[in-house]
Each structure stands twice: as structure tokens, then as C-alpha cells.
Design a protein around this ligand. Structure first.
Ligand code: PBG
Length: 337
């Protein structure tokens, strides 16, 4: 009898292909690499500024000089792109969010410098007004606090053009206003930025997992007890995500995003199956905090669980993953070869 034993039953043994490592390697359906990641960064004004984000251990807010070193690390690791999220000083926040389209503001300044130093590193900017409004909503509001759709869209267009003029490769509207992708596309084309891509946060849910992010960019205090239920999607809905994606694609989105990530893997799969377009997933701040906290307590294995969580996005159909783990994960993956 061989080491594998002798039996006529069952005829089909799924464990056959799992028996040897070479075979497991051969039949593996999905893989992860540094090229799958987009690294989100919180950008501070000034110089030599580096602040820990208490609810996201290991994540820092950083000023441009420090960010340049982070960007260099991403290039070395093979991470294709950075996504910028600015921390705006409270004096610069206003009702009308004018700082959002200030060509000399923080985001355009940082984009210009990053593109100059690292021309091949993709730069993605967030198009939404929440860092710039005194109330922390993603758009302009009326007397009742309702976020005004078309008025907000007009400002988002100015913001997107401002980012594109600075050299952003991809603008990413994360605001969930209706019709904004078409308007942003038109504004970019009319201002000579017809090659600037649009990554639309097409299915963005009104999630409670954004908490640590709002701490990081300082919009939590501005938002107070406010919520975003009148524009972000209801976590109970799935078909609605397909409508959102269909509209954004029709309006000219080049890529779409599903957000949050891990708890919306079903949505990623449906979007990919229905539209077969570049689909991205955002492993958001609350997901990062969850994994990090459990690992810090010694309750889960950090590296293995983080990599398994990232792989799940690929299995669900995502082409790329925004994750605060990007740098660490790329290091682990590159070391393994
Ligand atoms: C807002 C924005 C949010 C995130 C990215 N852009 C938060 C929100 O909608 O309130 C969350 C990202 C994260 O939690 O990591 N435009």
C-alpha cells in the first residue's frame, strides 16, 4: 500500500490537488501583489509634521516633506498609486468650501510636487467637500442642513479641474451627488484635461466604519451628530448599487469603487459580474482599526489575517484595493517573492 492509502471510495477527492505545495501553487485561482494596492495618505500642511492617528495605530498624518519619503517607498515597493486626503486647517473651512478649488491650496501643491519627483507614481485625489466645509458634510447645505445636489456638483467640478491642473492622474469623486460624474467629465474635457481619469465612488455606503477616517482628517468634530444618509447608500441595499454604477459609467467614469470593502464583498462581485469594468475596493479605516486592534490584543495573527483580508477582495473580483495596510502588505509579499 502506498503512503496515500488504498481506497475505491470516494472517486473524486478534492484533497488530491491540495496534497503537495507545487500542486496548491498550480491550482491557485487568485493572487496578491504590490501592484494591486493604492495607498491612502492623510496630508498635513506645513513641514516636518507627523501625527499619529489614535484610532488607526500605525497610520500617520504627514506633511509634504515626509510624504515624499513615503512616496519613494511606494515606488520602490511597486505600489502603483497614492490616494491623497487632506487635513485642512479650521480657518480655511467655510460654508462655500472655497478652499477646495484654491489652486495654491494643500492638495494642488502636494500633487505638483509629487508628480515632479515621482512622475510614474499615480496620484489620485479625493473630490468631495467634507474636509473644506465647516459642517463636515460632503457638499453645500441649505438652511435645513440638506446637502444641495446641483450646487455642490458645480463646486466639485471646480475642485476636479483644480486637481487636474495640478497634475492629478485620477480624480475620485467620493461625494455621491447625482449626476456629478457627467459634469466633472465635461469640466475636465473643457479645461484641457481629457486624459485625466475618473474613479467614481459609485457604490459608497453610509457606513459606520468611516469613524477613524473622520478622526484622521478632522471632519468628525465638524460633522458632530450629523449623518450622510441623504446621499450615501443604505447598507441594506444591493440592486441600488448596480443602478449607481450604471449611471456613473454612462456619465463617463473610467473605474468604479465599492466602499467599504470587506463587509461589501457581495457588491464587488455583483458589480464585476454585471459590468466587467475596472472595479476597486476601499478597505476603510474602521476595517483597518478592527484588524489592527485584534492583532494588538494577540487575538489574531496579524500578517496572515491582513493578507487573507486583502486576498478576499481579489477573489470577489476587485482589480485594485485601497488599503492602509498597502505598504506593510507590499513588503511582506515582496519578501516572499
Ligand atoms: C469623504 C470620505 C470618507 C472616506 C473617504 N472619503 C468618509 C465619509 O464619507 O465620511 C472614508 C475612508 C475611510 O474610512 O477609510 N469624502
Amino acid at each position: 500500500m502506498s503512503i496515500h492509502g488504498y481506497s475505491q471510495f470516494p472517486q473524486k477527492r478534492m484533497r488530491r490537488q491540495r496534497f503537495s505545495k507545487f500542486s496548491r501553487d498550480l491550482v491557485r485561482e487568485h493572487s496578491l501583489s504590490a501592484k494591486d494596492f493604492i495607498y491612502p495618505v492623510f496630508v498635513l500642511p506645513g513641514e516636518t509634521q507627523k501625527q499619529e492617528v489614535p484610532s488607526m495605530p500605525g497610520v500617520v498624518r504627514q506633511s509634504l516633506d515626509i510624504l515624499l519619503k513615503t512616496a519613494e517607498k511606494c515606488v520602490q515597493l511597486g505600489i502603483p498609486a497614492l490616494a491623497l486626503f487632506p487635513v485642512i486647517e479650521s480657518e480655511k473651512k467655510s460654508e462655500g468650501a472655497e478652499e477646495a478649488f484654491n489652486q495654491e491650496g494643500l492638495v494642488p501643491t502636494v500633487v505638483r510636487r509629487l508628480k515632479k519627483e515621482f512622475p510614474d507614481l499615480g496620484i489620485i485625489t479625493d473630490v468631495a467637500l467634507d474636509p473644506y466645509t465647516i459642517h463636515g458634510q460632503d457638499g453645500l447645505i441649505n438652511d435645513q442642513g440638506y446637502v444641495l445636489n446641483d450646487e455642490t456638483t458645480a463646486v466639485l467640478c471646480k475642485q476636479a479641474v483644480c486637481h487636474a491642473n495640478a497634475g492629478a492622474d485620477i480624480v475620485a469623486p467620493s461625494d455621491m451627488m447625482d449626476g456629478r460624474i457627467g459634469e466633472v467629465r465635461k469640466s475636465l474635457d473643457q479645461s484641457g484635461s481629457s486624459l485625466t481619469q475618473i474613479l467614481s465612488y459609485a457604490a459608497k455606503y453610509a457606513s459606520s466604519f468611516y469613524g477613524p477616517f473622520r478622526d484622521a482628517v478632522g471632519s468628525a468634530a465638524n460633522l458632530g451628530s450629523g449623518d450622510k444618509y441623504t446621499y450615501q447608500m443604505d447598507p441594506a441595499n444591493s440592486n441600488e448599487a448596480l443602478q449607481e454604477v450604471a449611471l456613473d459609467l454612462k456619465e463617463g467614469a473610467d473605474m468604479v469603487m465599492v466602499k467599504p470593502g470587506l463587509i461589501y464583498l457581495d457588491i464587488i462581485r455583483r458589480v464585476k459580474d454585471n459590468f466587467a469594468v475596472p472595479t476597486f475596493a476601499y478597505q476603510v479605516s474602521g476595517e483597518y482599526a478592527m484588524l489592527k486592534a485584534a492583532a494588538e490584543k494577540g487575538w489574531i495573527q496579524y500578517e496572515a489575517c491582513v493578507l487573507e483580508s486583502l486576498l478576499s477582495f481579489k477573489r470577489a473580483g476587485a482589480d485594485g484595493i485601497l488599503s492602509y495596510f498597502a505598504i506593510e502588505a507590499a513588503q511582506w509579499l515582496n519578501e516572499r517573492g
